[in-house]
Design a protein. Structure first.
Length: 231
């Protein structure tokens, strides 16, 4: 069986070695480059299933690298590994095409968990369009056309409503942070975007009210989670 191939761009020699060694010990194949330019040049030379990019690198920074990768591949998961933990840095990272943001220092266990989450998510997304419908309680969600079906009736969602529900359903039962939702859907994390998201969450609750087993939970100041109660 072919190994999952990961591309790593990290200019810190010690950290790069530890990450490469740790991932390879888990059975992954890792191509490590110490600058963004070399990583970009080599991206098309192999079938990489996930990208791990430092932000501050010589020749080409991680934000620029991610934006260039997105021109080549719109779907490969990109995770930033960086000491830049300020909100504006995270927003810029998501805008450049990143899927996740891991702030240094981090544990190898956490990195492995995040890598596996995105690999599992990609496997699910590679199913046929007919299989891309998602079941939540008694409802069926069609993420392609933003429709929520309950029996013979359906609700046509707006683009933001559909995108918000789709992100929450990517990991049912898992808290999705407010800043991640705001960055990916609204493109910023200001007060007005936050209030707008709260309104959309309320709308989704109303749409899902006909199945009391569905819970759309607000962890105040942290994020949201959707799940179904055990029956």
């Amino acid at each position: 069986m072919d190994k999952i191939h990961i591309i790593l761009a990290e200019d810190d020699a010690h950290l790069g070695f530890l990450i490469k060694e740790g991932l390879e010990a888990e059975g992954f194949a890792v191509s490590w480059f110490n600058n963004g330019k070399d990583a970009l040049t080599n991206f098309t030379k192999a079938n990489f299933q996930i990208c791990l990019f430092d932000v501050m690198m010589p020749q080409m920074d991680g934000f620029t690298l991610a934006a260039e990768i997105r021109k080549i591949d719109a779907h490969v998961p990109i995770i930033f590994l960086t000491a830049k933990g300020l909100m504006e840095d995270k927003i810029e990272g998501f805008r450049s095409g990143a899927d996740d943001y891991l702030v240094k220092p981090f544990s190898m266990e956490e990195l492995l968990l995040r890598v596996k989450v995105f690999l599992n998510r990609n496997r699910k997304s590679n199913t046929s369009q007919a299989q891309q419908t998602q079941k939540i309680g008694k409802y069926i969600f069609h993420p392609i056309n933003f429709e929520l079906h309950l029996g013979d009736t359906f609700i046509k969602l707006t683009k933001k409503e559909g995108a918000l529900l789709a992100m929450l359903l990517q990991e049912p039962g898992v808290l999705i942070k407010r800043e991640v939702l705001l960055a990916k859907i609204w493109g910023n994390d200001d007060y007005f975007a936050g209030r707008s998201m709260d309104v959309y969450i309320s709308k989704l609750r109303k749409y899902l009210k006909d199945d009391p087993s569905i819970e759309l939970i607000n962890h105040h100041g942290m994020g949201f989670m959707i799940q179904t109660k055990n029956t």
